[in-house]
Write a protein that binds this ligand. Sequence first.
Ligand code: FES
Length: 321
Amino acid sequence: MPLKFRLGKDVKGGLSYQDYIYLKRIVQAFRLHRFDQREFARKGEDYLFNFVNKNVGPVDEKRRKFLQGILVGVSAALVAGIIPGLRVLVPPVEAISGFPKTLIVDSSGNPIKASTLPVNSPIIMLFSYPLKDEINFLLNLGDKDGKPVEIPATTVIVPQTGDKYQFPGGVGPNKSIVAYSAICQHLGCEPPYIHFYPPKYVNTAQISAPEPDALTAEAVLAAQKENLPGIIHCDCHGSTYDPYHGAAVLTGPTVRPLPAVILEWDSSTDYLYATGYVGVGVYPTGSNGVPSKDPSSDLEESQFGVSVGNKSSISESNPFS
Ligand code: FES
């Protein structure tokens, strides 16, 4: 059996969090830079170490052991002739032409009613879309007084490349509900490390508050400068995103915005649906970032996981408690 490394829950179960992040970075490097499989076949681990050293970062003793561990699986697959080269490590990018239309429900399976979603809630509300491993925030955004704020359509710029894409804006009775990937586009940290800081927490006191304790002064200053009531902040290394403008980048180290879920609100039922995705997703490397509104179900058995299908349920946690 080849050793398979898959992004998502399977990996988390067997690796430390640091290894998981490191592995994600390696997989990203394989996607962004040319990996010469012939050279790899000839030079073996030296070629892999050099590649990682150049495109991911210095390979110290601990990382060397980790990479050697990966190679055991790769070699086994090569010897068995099951899969050529590093396909065990790097799944091919699969063309995806559409996304399912997915009803967002609560943990009991009842549809979420848009008009009952709490505004500026500090509770992290997550749902998977379009695949089961791909988690997203559901946010009802408000002003400093907790009144819902209409989120306009906006053009989002990707600092890394200068590319632009169109974020369609908020939905719901006040056009204040948005959904973004909950996976930091710097190195892939997930909730509770990345989350929404509602207005009452976006201040200098939060910088030294016991929990969560990693809001940076840079993030607070950036929010004040842009007059933003709340921000999405990643406590891992300080990346900050503007949820009021398509989760655009406010502060680095990320150079990519959070991809956004295209939401639809049915005013007759008050239900919310996820229908597509916009943005340039790096984490995970599955289906994010493929702009499409075609609600077909071709994600049913994707290379990267399983489609959430026509329902996705919310899970909640509170990083401030
Ligand atoms: S992973 Fe989020 S800032 Fe680094």
